[in-house]
Design a protein around this ligand. Structure first.
Ligand code: PLP
Length: 392
């Protein structure tokens, strides 16, 4: 049987062989606690320091700005709750309608506790208007928290422009860069944001390890209190996974693979648009991650498509992994003004540097056949999905 074609790298990525190799000694022989003073512990502490430098080099920050956390979700919660804890009189948060559930669920929880949340809208291409963000800021605004790159469509928000606005108004900015890190050149120190979240498992490190960059110019309140990470994040560090994330960061910093990934993504997209009647791309294709395409195929149900594609060994996603299995249409596509039917007729394909040309050639064969089969199975007379909203 042919190997699976894994095109769901925005959900998670395979651990790179170099990352795995680098982790093994820290799982087997080097079991020291990095807080211990003897040699075994000191070696673990040195490994953490090296990993911190590698990740800092990838995101363009001072190594001391980085805290290691357990996941992107923890990083996001830490950044938002730190701002609220330090400025309790400010009870207004600005975010967007298309955030990851880590931000949405926290903000919904805070709304139930009396916080005012502004959910900035996006247009039909998933774009955010920085002017709307500027207009939403008022004297009680505690922070702005926004995605850099959308996990479902890959559409990029104008984070540099937003950072200029928040800096001028002296409001902290948290950037959820979980999907952007390793896929785009970025520099936290020159951006002017106060917080930036990233997650190891999106860049070929294991799940359960992540980081938060915190500007050294801002006060900070930990989420987990304890002595590690200079008191900024308690809990004995996950040394092996952090070492792995460090190596993954160095591999991701090699920009040579970005063009190759973009070419493969474009080839897949062009095949789909050419060979599948009525196929359309969801979202802005100009300001977008190089690895992601979200495609709508009218007349199909993405749940059925996933099953059929799975049988052919092609893995992709119907919206973000966190909503897979639920029958709710993607909140991102709905916020872009698409109908429930269009959202449920959409599939996301996301590549990584481990994606091969053979993978894409096979996907270009499998996908049109699967869509044709699904359309043929559709009961006659059932409606074809509504057309996409017109781009402004
Ligand atoms: N933010 C974005 C944009 C994501 O795509 C994800 C994961 O899918 C997260 C945050 C959460 O990261 P983690 O899975 O490490 O908690």
């Amino acid at each position: 049987m042919a190997a699976a074609i894994y095109l769901d790298n925005n959900a998670t990525t395979p651990v790179a062989p170099e990352v795995f190799e680098a982790m093994v000694p820290w799982l087997r022989d080097e079991y020291g606690n990095p807080s211990s003073a003897y040699a075994l512990g000191r070696r673990a502490a040195a490994a953490l320091a090296e990993a911190r430098e590698r990740v800092a080099a990838l995101v363009g920050c001072h190594p001391e700005s980085l805290l290691f956390t357990s996941c992107g979700t923890e990083s996001i919660n830490t950044a938002i709750l730190s701002c609220l804890a330090l400025d309790p009189d400010r009870r207004h948060i600005i975010t967007s309608a298309v955030e990851h559930s880590a931000t949405i669920k926290l903000c919904e929880f805070l709304a139930q506790r009396g916080y005012e949340i502004t959910w900035l809208p996006v247009d039909s291409r998933g774009r955010l208007d920085p002017g709307a963000c500027a207009a939403a800021i008022h004297e009680e605004t505690a922070l702005v928290s926004l995605l850099w790159a959308n996990n479902e469509t890959g559409v990029l928000f104008p984070i540099e422009e937003i950072a200029a606005i928040t800096a001028a108004k002296k409001i902290p900015l948290h950037v959820d860069a979980v999907q952007a890190v390793g896929k785009l050149p970025l520099n936290f120190d020159s951006l002017g944001a106060q917080f930036l979240s990233l997650s190891g498992h999106k860049l070929h490190a294991p799940k359960g390890v992540a980081a938060l960059a915190v500007s050294r110019k801002i006060r900070f309140s930990p989420l987990l209190r304890g002595s590690q990470e200079e008191g900024r994040r308690g809990g004995t560090q996950n040394v092996a996974s952090i070492v792995g994330m460090g190596v993954a960061a160095t591999l991701a910093a090699e920009t040579s693979h970005h063009e190759r990934i973009r070419d493969l993504r474009d080839r897949l997209e062009q095949c789909a648009l050419r060979d599948i009647p009525g196929a359309e791309v969801n979202g802005d294709t100009e300001h977008r991650l190089p690895n992601t395409t979200s495609l709508a195929f009218d007349g199909i149900e993405s749940e059925g498509a996933l099953v059929l594609l799975d049988r052919s060994g092609l893995y992709c996603s119907a919206g973000s992994a966190c909503t897979t299995g639920s029958i709710h249409p993607s909140h991102v596509l709905r916020a872009m003004g698409y109908s429930n039917e269009r959202a449920r007729a959409s599939l996301r394909f996301s590549l990584s540097r481990l994606t091969t040309e053979t993978d894409i050639n096979r996907a270009c064969q499998i996908l049109p056949e699967a869509v044709a089969r699904l359309r043929a199975l559709r009961p006659t007379g059932s409606p074809v999905v509504a057309a996409a909203p017109a781009a402004p």
